[in-house]
Design a protein around this ligand. Structure first.
Ligand code: ADP
Length: 309
């Protein structure tokens, strides 16, 4: 099992950044999603043993926090969002240093640094100083230092930040290859396309709470049942007002209205509203769901559930 979390809490002073997360995840690739300030970095740092939990209990890869922090660090690679290197070091000496910090003997760390840099496509640049690297090269070297010690799990925090579309696709292909070697991946990204491409399941946080965990396919199928798109004969605005007055959650999506049904609301209720108010419906269908729409719909639902701030 990757993680077994029971009521995990983390506070900074009086501020509760994680409000009791309970979760079990099997091996695989998991996306970590949520708006800024949701608690993603706090969760990653807590699971790496860099932050002390304020409450609850957690184990990572079967190792318990905080007793087994050392073993956890040896089994996990971490690619942080921010730059984490000394500009005057060469790529190979930096990656070897990071290998050494996980406890590898010096000679082994050096030979693994060479191998890993080849693997991420920086073989030619091994002896160049990091200060002169492009953004794409820096992202690759950060990935190399996360992999150098042969971890079973890697945390990747915004690995495609600053990359152009081609660079992003190359990085995602590389992450796909890492996965195919049996290494589990936790990917934190605000680019939902990346998460959808790499991950089978996802954890979604909002304001320190777990608002969803499950496979991406199941989430989309579930949301699809509750989101419908409607197009009227030039009466969209009027119908949107009618539906809002009846308590439906409605958004304009181009030429369509998107309605999220919340129990006990039903499709029949929508159609009844159209008939009673003399609205001519031109098209009516389940929404074509991207992960992005599913994500926004979950956040919207959570905002309506949460007590007013
Ligand atoms: P995310 O990674 O999802 O953007 P973070 O885990 O960085 O969220 O932050 C969660 C919340 O905790 C935010 O409101 C943030 O301001 C707060 N926070 C994070 N780190 C600290 C800290 N060291 N001291 C005080 N508050 C913090």
């Amino acid at each position: 099992m990757l993680f077994d979390l029971e009521n995990v809490q983390k506070s900074y002073g009086n501020y509760q950044a994680l409000k009791g997360i309970t979760l079990k995840i099997q091996e695989g690739s998991v996306g970590l999603l949520g708006p800024n300030g949701a608690g993603k970095s706090t969760l990653i740092k807590s699971l790496l043993g860099l932050l002390e939990l304020s409450g609850g209990s957690a184990s990572v890869l079967g190792f318990r926090l905080p007793e087994d922090t050392h073993k956890i660090r040896q089994s996990i690679g971490y690619m942080p969002e921010n730059d984490c290197y000394l500009p005057s070091m060469t790529a190979v000496s930096y990656v070897a240093l990071m290998g050494g910090l996980t406890g590898m003997p010096r000679s082994q760390a050096l030979s693994r640094a060479h191998e890993t840099l080849h693997y991420v496509g920086l073989g030619e640049a091994r002896y160049r100083k990091l200060g002169g690297f492009s953004t794409g090269m820096k992202q690759r070297v950060k990935l190399a230092q996360a992999l150098v010690h042969g971890p079973r799990l890697v945390f990747l925090d915004e690995p495609t930040n600053g990359l152009d579309p081609q660079g992003r696709d190359e990085m995602l292909d590389l992450i796909g290859d890492v996965k195919s070697r049996g290494i589990s991946v936790v990917l934190s990204s605000h680019i939902l396309y990346d998460v959808e491409k790499v991950c089978e399941s996802m954890i979604m946080l909002d304001q320190g709470e777990l608002i969803h965990f499950g496979t991406i396919a199941a989430l989309k199928a579930d949301r699809q049942k509750s989101i419908v798109e409607i197009e009227t004969k030039e009466q969209n605005e009027q119908f949107a007002e009618i539906l809002k007055a009846r308590g439906f959650s409605v958004q304009q999506q181009g030429l369509r209205l998107q309605v999220r049904l919340v129990a006990p609301q039903t499709v029949q209720g929508l159609l009844d509203a159209a008939i009673e108010e003399d609205i001519q419906v031109r098209r009516f269908m389940p929404a074509e769901l991207t992960l992005e729409k599913a994500f926004l719909s979950l956040l919207d639902e959570h905002a309506h559930k949460a007590p007013a701030a």
